[in-house]
Design a protein around this ligand. Sequence first.
Ligand code: ADP
Ligand code: ASP
Ligand code: MG
Length: 427
Amino acid sequence: MSLIVQKYGGSSVSDAESIKRVAKRIVATRRAGNDVVVAVSAMGDTTDDLLDLAHQVAPIPEPRELDMLLTAGERISMALLAMAIENLGHDARSFTGSQAGMITDAQHGAARIVDVTPVRVREALDEGAIAIVAGFQGFNRGTGDITTLGRGGSDTTAVALAAALDADICEIYTDVDGVFTADPRVVHRARKLDRVTSEEMLELAASGAKVLYIRAVEYARRHGVTLHVRSSFNNNEGTIVYNPTEPGRDENGVPVEEPIIAGVAHDLTEAKITVVGVPDIPGKAAQIFNIVAKSGANIDMIVQNVSAAATGLTDISFTLPKSDAQAVLTALTVERDQVGFSTLQHDDQIGKLSLVGAGMRTNVGVSAQLFTALFEAGINIEMISTSEIRISVVTRADMLNDAVRAVHSAFGLDGEAEAVVYAGTGR
Ligand code: ADP
Ligand code: ASP
Ligand code: MG
């Protein structure tokens, strides 16, 4: 008997019909002789709708109350799914995050899992029931409050349950056939990857490929959980996200051939702030980024211009989540005289393209090929950053989709068939 953890995303449980379809699939897995634990997301765009509502009653909602509100979404879907399974004649029991033992730190909106004690989930399994756990939520022992794990956090719930229960596999069911070489909503000829390393998946997720949440991939890497990302709309094999035992070998130590490029990711959620006219003397960058850090913003790329010798002034630009920009602008404005810069510029019309592949370590010329592809497509590059296995560039937001398609083709990633998106609004 295997223990299988299955996670169903919002697009797979968007209405009553979908919930019944997913329930059938879960029951079939149980009847095939497996123990089944399910992590479920809120129905469709429920979380976004609840967020909109919150912002209608308060511009900056109280974080504790926001988590209370948002966790209601998963509570609805978990109960409905359990009812649908019961209706098919199988025992099912739903649990909130705290009932399932998802213990987190106290960081509302982006809590980290610190411990998982799924005692009641185990009991349900031992009694032959299917356990349904509300995704995306946890409980902090210190404050006694409910927390959420960050947008897309149901993936983390599934992975954490799989690790704690020592599951044989963690299946992530979504509205596409797996992890593709690019978002199929943007690149119609994107190809499904049969396998991808967790290292590459981490970079793709960090760069905007929301098919998996970055913290879920991190957790899976740390705890040695293998993921199978697949569609809930058919029985096709999806993508295995694995942890190599060593470079060039799979999770079982068998040699595998890795392509140079795994894929192209894109991200429209960042903004750029430029601090204009900064005195070009030691300590200024430290001063600026200390102010930024205090405001709690998570910065991504940084570029400092060569100072104009005549003026002794330089400009420093950095990117950060759009949602953090206002707080940073306010914090910097307060300290303007102290730092001695002249003005601030805020640009929320940027896009980021990232090319990811472990083969970049050993292949020269990848950046040259990337910049050439962008040049030939008439796309201007505004910022560049790299890691060992990733190159990212900032472009105008309205050019980003064209840039992704051009780069995807230039690296020979286009597939034969059209990639299918089965559901979801892409929101
Ligand atoms: P779920 O509701 O199942 O959690 P998400 O919307 O969070 O689904 O993630 C699935 C979506 O991720 C797909 O519909 C697709 O548009 C998007 N996506 C972005 N990049 C990729 C990629 N490289 N491969 C597959 N899907 C991707
Ligand atoms: N419902 C939450 C969200 O929309 C969590 C998830 O779907 O993974 O972010
Ligand atoms: Mg998701």
